[in-house]
Design a protein around this ligand. Structure first.
Ligand SMILES: *[C@@H]1O[C@H](CO)[C@@H](O)[C@H](O)[C@H]1NC(C)=O
Ligand SMILES: *[C@@H]1O[C@H](CO)[C@@H](O)[C@H](O)[C@H]1NC(C)=O
Ligand SMILES: *[C@@H]1O[C@H](CO)[C@@H](O)[C@H](O)[C@H]1NC(C)=O
Ligand SMILES: *[C@@H]1O[C@H](CO)[C@@H](O)[C@H](O)[C@H]1NC(C)=O
Length: 394
């Protein structure tokens, strides 16, 4: 009899899966304000950024409004999951085989009054995405993943890892990227973001209401560095540049530069909590200053842990033929959780080396497992139970 009940439960699960995936209005820029009951999808003339409530994307969990106000406002509500090991959002997306940036936000803010910020796992299409460790701090935690979706949807799950810790989520975003950006990302390789830094700048660059500087929902964190010159162009154009990875103008118009042509820029990149990773580094170069007299040559050598991996010319602001150069370094094997990146003047360079921005990812192998194996496991269990039932009913 128990087998019958289980088989029926499985049948119901399978039909539930089918109905939930028949619900589609595909999007290429889906922003979900988890736990919110306020639908902001009504047209807002001044913005093209629309946050949706989450009721159409998940059936489980409970909404909660936080006791204090936060910016951005999406962090003011969350959805928590007191029941079940795995609770999943089903995101209908634009088209398959497309690169998407996924970002999940978490702000605990002691919503349950227990002062016990939980830890849990985040998965996408059955692939491990992150170990989420929340805290009592007012700072939200974000996890970002760049991944080619294999179907016209993605499934994002919160997975309980300790019996007494309840997973929750504050925001969930999925934004299509330009197809040729992050060129070594393919069907088997996804990227987990560690940092994306706009050097020499004092203000983050992100896609906000009224700003079209960032095309694709990336957040470029500003960072000035006291040991180097923090330089920028006289005027900062609006919008983004059109070549590799389409960086925003306010990212390329700011940079750090070593004081002179005999000095290097020394940076450490932190890949923790991961260790022994295949890193994916993207460095952006453009001299934001028009030099006078214009007879200078700028080019740089890039070293990771003392190994020279690339040499790049640094074009000058306003050279329209050749606006900026990008060094994409992949795969870079990093033994520990920290790597040393050195930008040195190349031979013939007459200026201190320059760096505008750097993105640090670790590569994630998504060729194995995932949704298909989840489903086939389910199917095998189901067939097994069917077999048992047929036997016991004879
Ligand atoms: C991913 O796989 C699909 C189907 O095999 C293929 O059409 C697509 O071009 C692949 N994309 C990349 C970036 O490899
Ligand atoms: C280059 O800059 C460094 C650091 O500011 C300084 O110690 C060094 O003397 C400078 N070298 C030259 C040739 O100006
Ligand atoms: C650039 O030109 C100026 C003046 O013509 C000269 O003094 C300087 O040495 C030149 N610099 C380089 C790097 O050739
Ligand atoms: C990185 O640089 C620091 C300081 O120079 C050094 O102690 C460390 O061993 C370097 N790490 C690697 C992996 O080369």
């Amino acid at each position: 009899m128990d087998e019958w009940k289980l088989a029926m439960a499985l049948l119901l699960t399978l039909s539930a899966l089918r109905t939930s995936s028949s619900y589609r209005y595909a999007s290429d820029d889906l922003r979900i304000d988890c736990g919110s009951s306020l639908d902001q999808t009504k047209p807002q003339p001044e913005t093209y950024l629309k946050w949706k409530t989450d009721e159409n994307f998940i059936k489980t969990g409970q909404n909660k409004l936080l006791p204090t106000n936060h910016t951005p406002a999406q962090l003011n509500t969350l959805r928590f999951f007191p029941k079940g090991r795995k609770n999943c959002y089903s995101l209908p997306l634009f088209t398959q085989y497309y690169k998407f940036l996924f970002r999940a936000g978490f702000l605990y803010d002691n919503y349950d009054g227990l002062s016990k910020p939980p830890s849990f796992h985040l998965e996408i299409d059955g692939h491990f995405w992150a170990n989420v460790m929340t805290s009592l701090s007012e700072e939200p935690v974000f996890h970002e993943f760049l991944y080619i979706i294999q179907e016209k949807q993605a499934t994002v799950c919160l997975v309980r890892t300790n019996d007494d810790e309840v997973p929750f989520i504050s925001s969930l975003e999925a934004t299509a990227q330009l197809s040729d950006s992050y060129k070594f990302v393919d069907n088997k390789t996804a990227l987990y973001l560690h940092s994306r830094i706009n050097y020499g700048a004092k203000k983050n660059v992100e896609q906000t209401i009224g700003s079209l500087d960032e095309c694709c929902n990336r957040i470029w964190k500003s960072k000035t560095m006291p040991n180097y010159l923090n330089i920028h162009s006289e005027t900062v154009p609006d919008g983004y540049l059109f070549y590799e990875n389409t960086p925003p103008w306010p990212v390329m118009a700011y940079a750090i530069q070593a004081h002179n042509v005999t000095e290097s820029i020394y940076l450490t990149v932190d890949l923790s909590p991961k260790t022994a990773v295949k890193a994916y580094l993207v460095l952006y170069f453009m001299d934001p200053i028009r030099r006078f007299p214009p007879n200078q040559t700028s080019s740089v050598e890039i070293y990771v842990d003392s190994v020279k991996l690339a040499v790049k010319d640094v074009p000058t602001f306003g050279s329209y033929e050749d606006m900026y150069h990008v060094a994409t370094l992949f795969p870079v094997w990093v033994g520990g959780s920290v790597a040393n990146v050195t930008i040195s003047p190349a031979e013939g360079s007459t200026m201190g080396p320059i760096l505008n921005a750097m993105e640090v990812f670790s590569a994630v192998d998504v060729s194995e497992g995932g949704r298909f194996s989840d489903f086939s496991a389910l199917l095998i269990v189901f067939l097994h139970l069917l077999f048992l039932c047929l036997n016991c009913c004879k």
